[in-house]
Design a protein around this ligand. Structure first.
Ligand code: APR
Length: 320
């Protein structure tokens, strides 16, 4: 059987890391597309030259021509600009919306059957716009954020409890912004929910609250440390998990930005929710039970995403 084809739209920091991970995991052949000449070609060749050392089979190609993504099974989109210290993800909206328009057209023309994973920020609004611009079915267009936000939450919790990250699961709902909703009740160490662990005296409420806030600020923490650009290792790892779930029909239950229709009282909005990802793309949106406080936090986050979507419609009236 022919190998799967993975097209990476944007060959910057995340794009290069995605290419390396996809090739090393032998998920398929990789095409790196970028408007910058030389960058995708150089990264593809550099990674390909590591394949004899690491012993994986994957072909890698860099290109500035959308025609080369033809027939891609998966497209992962990182085209656009990252934030600088002091900027919020929302500050990127105007410039990255234009990028989504050209990327949407490129994918619609050359890879209309692909499963599309958007990473470009501000995530929830950009993936919404990308779906509209591309015209691809909503179950085939989603955004990566929840796995990254949950991974940050899990990492901080594992540090706090001094246990393996493997035994920590965590839940983050809502938009990929300052209003994201880390859910402590649904986050566990070896199946024990965080509130029970606090009661057991393994941590304190203050410490958990601080971790929740650090999770919300996780992206900004990296932006500040790096000085230029934003996080790329963890975002790439998270998107690869989604691509693998699709390509291998794993039916993974993963949080991601998906179009929500009906659940959570929403109609056609993209926001971070638990989903099932398999060969059908986003096969299911899972509606979990929320208490009053959790619902209020989610509503606030949804309002923030709605505000960004409204801003997109104002900038580009074809979206209205
Ligand atoms: N089409 C294709 N590629 C583009 C376009 C476009 N219209 N516009 C910009 N690019 C490319 C740039 O040339 C650059 O190589 O997108 C790449 C972005 O790479 P980086 O600047 O290194 O940014 P990165 O860290 O990879 O983040 C990309 O993901 O997490 C988000 O906020 C982040 O929006 C940002 C995106």
């Amino acid at each position: 059987m022919a190998r799967a084809k993975i097209a990476l739209i944007g060959a910057g920091q995340i794009g290069g890391t995605l290419a390396h991970l996809a090739a090393m995991k032998e998920l398929g052949d990789v095409v790196l597309f970028d408007i910058a000449e030389g960058t995708p070609q150089g990264k593809a060749l550099d990674i390909a030259e590591s394949s004899p050392v690491d012993g994986y089979d994957a072909s890698l190609k860099g290109t500035n021509d959308y025609a080369d993504i033809a027939g891609a099974d998966v497209c992962i989109v990182t085209a656009g600009v990252p934030r600088k210290p002091g900027m919020s993800r929302d500050d990127l909206l105007g410039i990255n919306l234009k990028v989504m328009k050209s990327v949407g057209e490129g994918i619609a023309t050359h890879a209309p059957d692909a499963f599309v994973i958007c990473i470009t920020n501000p995530l929830d609004a950009m993936v919404w716009a990308l779906q509209k611009f591309s015209g691809l079915p909503a179950n085939k267009v989603c955004g990566m954020a929840g796995i990254l936000d949950s991974a940050r939450f899990r990492y901080f919790l594992a540090e706090e409890f001094a246990v393996s990250v493997k035994d920590v699961s965590a839940f983050v709902l809502g938009g990929h912004g300052d209003t994201m909703v880390p859910l402590t009740r649904y986050s566990t160490v070896a199946g024990i929910p965080l509130p029970d662990l606090v009661e057991m005296g393994w941590s304190s409420q203050e410490k958990i609250d601080a971790i929740v806030q650090r999770t919300r600020d996780g992206g900004a923490e990296i932006v500040k440390l790096l000085g230029t650009g934003s996080a790329f290792y963890a975002p790439a790892a998270a998107a690869i998990e989604m691509a693998e779930a699709y390509l291998k029909d794993q039916k993974r239950v993963l949080p991601c930005a998906a179009e929500v229709n009906g659940a959570y009282g929403l109609k056609g909005l993209y926001v971070g929710v638990p989903t099932v990802i398999g060969a059908g793309g986003i096969e299911k949106v899972v509606e979990i039970k929320l208490d009053r406080d959790e619902k209020a936090m989610l509503d606030k986050s949804i309002d923030a995403v709605k505000g960004l979507v409204a801003a997109c419609k104002e900038i580009d009236d074809t979206l209205a």
